[in-house]
Design a protein around this ligand. Structure first.
Ligand code: FEO
Ligand code: CA
Ligand code: CA
Length: 766
């Protein structure tokens, strides 16, 4: 899966495995104890939930008093369907997309598909070039942007034609080249394909005469945004000293976006894309740690916290030292001295930051805003929303005259959950603005970033990350210079304020029925009942991350959170700017046959069981929750999948106690908060993907009658030696579904977008 087979490094892997948080932030149980009495009244209210009584609780605005006592308020019943209407799909390992009976799944846009009339069809044999004008690889998060019937402009009701905007997260690089990946130094021809195969696609899709969606090869809206596309640095870190590079002496500009994972859809009609595992693309020379001033240097502290430190890599079984080089995932910097290759080496080599790319890494790790309708609107990196391994960026309830909240997660083991609150209050006139991207300036450049701290009593706090927070102003482990420094080093700021280390926050989504915020916590190999004291990457158990167990039914892993869970939060009084929230766990991932007292706490049946929730999305038409998996634990039984749920609300379940046995035989209790167990009417498996894939990305037409999802990296597990032999491929999808060149039994697998419709024309899942 990567070109540098002699080097083992978590940061080189394409799949979300980094862990660089070695802060000792406590598991919060102890912190909670000190607050119990103040929360007493709220605990009583929470404990009675299970009906619609706990609609919301009284507001505590951010920066407001810490002692507000929440009071129950009735929720408004939602008229949308409360039960699912399809037959569950059985788990399977077939090399096909299996969707519920009565539905049709159709491939419409795959790796390499041409995006201009002049671009040749994809041969899919490793010889294709020009990915600036083709679909990129590893389709990921995706949003639908509706067009009017004439295809000339945005129309919020446009369900006949629209723009799909999607991320191309990473590469299944063996299949991009005829003979697989060549070792370093990387040939120019290979790097020139791999670099633009990352980024974002804007592609028009339209219903044909038969009413079926097809992508439009010649649409004037089509375009690729790649790691080379010019972009503006906007927000609090614009022009910061830490942003100055050989490319931008002002610190106001950067090039490109990479490893884009989750997405967001702004209330003014633009696209947000999250830069996730960007660190691994950049190399450092041997001696760069010393050249920058050693381990106490702020730049080195930042690089180490974000995972760019040679000591996180191994050669064989031997760990590297601080004096060694840090290797990049693809080695593009070895393709030549041209700046488009040289920028991937971030070593300090010149007299000042304007002469090299020592700060290049600081220009990645953001939410990036793109106006899909306007090729001339300069793309903005929204630095005020913080810098980390971004997944989705999802807006909370939008209300006139109130600030906007954007919810975000940092996907690495033991990382944090964040919220951004705009400084500007929402104006309804901005829902259809004359200039969408400058409307983004208004709402996304000036605001505050918060990080979440979860308490065992089912409450939690949002902690401000700015120099106005005395804890950050006084921090000594890393002395923040200004608010730009805080944003660029969000992880270090969150460490300093004692945020809760989570089980890899992946995507978030907001339930349109009640405004609650859902987060997938995909899994965590470092969650331990008894963390090793000397291994600061490990985390102990806490109420919001309460499980550590081995794989079921036979232990194939060391104890950890193997299957992940889905957490949900309700802002106090439903206010986006609230300083506090309540929470519980919507679902605990598990195999149906796993221990019901410690693992399958949600009581998942064989029609409901799943592992490693990742993509997460709600339909605004049905209020149904779509759960997608990116799993490696249950894949001995089933390919990755998508389920549909109809959740209730925070506090509708129980407060189970998990009793663990320690190594010395003593017992330890961990209490958690769990939502109502799902029933056959409220959770079912809807789809299973082809072999070795991940299911990701979900969006709908405004009428809710078509959804689009992505099948990422089918058949990705292959060595270079096997690329020449199609019989060794794990997957031939989507050619075996009748899409594209190469043959149903011989084609190279391709990431692709599918559209799903109900055969009777109804809403999906109804
Ligand atoms: Fe790109 Fe965290 O999944
Ligand atoms: Ca993933
Ligand atoms: Ca993901």
């Amino acid at each position: 899966m990567n070109a540098i087979t002699s080097v083992e490094n978590l940061a080189l892997q394409g799949h979300d495995s980094e862990d660089h948080n070695t802060s000792s932030n406590p598991s919060l149980n102890e912190i909670i104890e000190a607050r119990m009495s103040r929360r007493g009244i709220f605990k009583a209210a929470f404990g009675t939930a299970g009906t619609a009584v706990l609609g919301s609780v009284s507001l505590a605005a951010c920066g407001g008093g810490d002692d507000d006592v929440p009071a129950p308020v009735a929720a408004t019943p939602d008229p949308r369907a409360t039960r699912l209407g399809f037959t569950a799909v059985a788990k399977n390992k077939l090399d096909t997309v299996t969707v519920a009976a009565g539905y049709t799944a159709t491939v419409i846009y795959a790796l390499g598909d041409p995006l201009t009339a002049a671009t040749p069809a994809y041969k899919n044999d490793g010889t294709d070039t020009d990915f600036d004008n083709r679909a990129g690889d590893q389709h990921d998060g995706m949003e639908y942007f509706p067009l009017n019937a004439g295809g000339t402009a945005r129309d919020v009701n446009g369900s006949e034609r629209g723009l799909l905007v999607m991320n191309h997260e990473a590469l299944t690089d063996q299949f991009l080249h005829a003979g697989g990946v060549t070792a370093k130094p990387r040939p120019v021809g290979e790097s020139d394909k791999e670099i633009p195969a990352h980024g974002v696609s804007v592609v028009e899709v339209r219903k044909n005469a038969a009413g079926k969606f097809e992508y439009q090869q010649s649409s004037g809206f089509n375009r690729r945004i790649t790691p080379s596309t010019p972009m503006l640095i906007n927000g609090v870190a614009r022009g910061n000293a830490l942003m100055k590079t050989k490319y931008s002496a002002s610190g106001n500009d950067s090039r490109g976006t990479i490893n884009n994972c989750g997405t967001g859809y702004t209330p003014w009609g633009t696209f947000l894309t999250g830069e996730e595992n960007w660190v691994g693309y950049f190399s450092r020379n041997a001696g760069d740690v010393a050249a920058r001033g050693g381990d106490t240097d702020k730049g080195n502290l930042s690089l180490r916290r974000y995972g760019s430190d040679p000591r996180t890599q191994r050669v064989g079984t031997v760990s590297k030292s601080a004096a060694d080089a840090f290797d990049s995932r693809h080695g593009w910097e070895t393709s030549g001295t041209d700046d488009k290759y040289a920028r991937w080496n971030i070593s300090q080599t010149a007299a000042d930051a304007g002469g090299d790319y020592r700060n290049e890494l600081n220009s990645f790790g953001y939410m990036v805003e793109i106006d899909p309708y306007d090729k001339n609107a300069a793309i903005r990196k929204r630095t005020t929303l913080g810098r980390f391994a971004h997944e989705s960026g999802v807006f909370g309830k939008v209300s006139a005259g109130k600030p906007l909240a954007v919810y975000m997660g940092d996907d690495s083991r033991g990382e944090y959950i964040y919220k951004y609150v705009s400084g500007a209050n929402w104006s309804e006139a901005d829902a259809a603005p004359a200039n969408r991207i400058t409307t983004g300036d208004k709402y996304l450049d000036s605001g505050k970033l918060y990080v979440a701290k979860f308490s065992a009593d089912g409450t939690g706090q949002w902690i401000e990350l700015s120099m106005a927070n005395p804890t950050l102003a006084a921090a000594t482990n890393y002395k923040f210079a200004d608010n730009g420094d805080v944003a660029i080093n969000s992880r270090l700021a969150a460490d300093a304020v004692g945020a809760t280390r989570m089980d890899r926050p992946e995507w978030c989504a907001v339930n349109p029925v009640n405004g609650e915020i859902y987060y997938t916590l995909t899994n965590n190999a470092n969650r331990k009942l008894e963390p090793t004291g000397s291994d600061l990457s490990q985390q102990g158990l806490d109420a919001a991350n309460p499980r550590s167990y081995t794989d079921a039914p036979t232990a194939t892993t060391a104890a950890q959170n193997v299957n992940g869970h889905i957490l949900r939060m309700r802002e106090l009084n439903g206010e986006p700017a609230a300083a506090a929230f309540t929470w519980d766990v919507y679902l605990f991932g598990a195999q149906a046959d796993a221990d019901p007292s410690l693992v399958n706490l949600s009581g998942l049946s064989t029609d409901q069981d799943f592992s490693s929730p990742d993509g997460l999305w709600f339909s605004s038409k049905t209020g149904f929750c779509f759960i997608q998996t990116d799993d490696g634990a249950y894949t001995d039984v089933t390919n990755c999948m998508m389920l549909i749920g109809r959740p209730g609300q925070v506090g509708d379940g129980t407060t189970p106690t998990l009793t663990y046995t320690k190594g010395d035989g003593s017992k330890v209790d961990v209490k958690t908060r769990m939502g109502a167990k799902p029933t056959v009417d409220t959770l079912r498996r809807f789809l299973v993907g082809p072999v070795d894939c991940e299911i990701t990305g979900c969006t709908e037409t405004p009428d809710g009658k078509a959804i689009f999802i992505n099948i990422q990296h089918p058949g990705e597990t292959i060595s270079k030696a096997n690329v020449a032999d199609p019989s060794k491929y794990l997957s031939h999808w989507p050619a075996n579904a009748g899409y594209g060149a190469g043959g149903a039994t011989t084609a190279r697998p391709r990431s692709a977008t599918i559209v799903i419709t109900k055969n009777d024309g109804g809403l999906i899942g109804s």
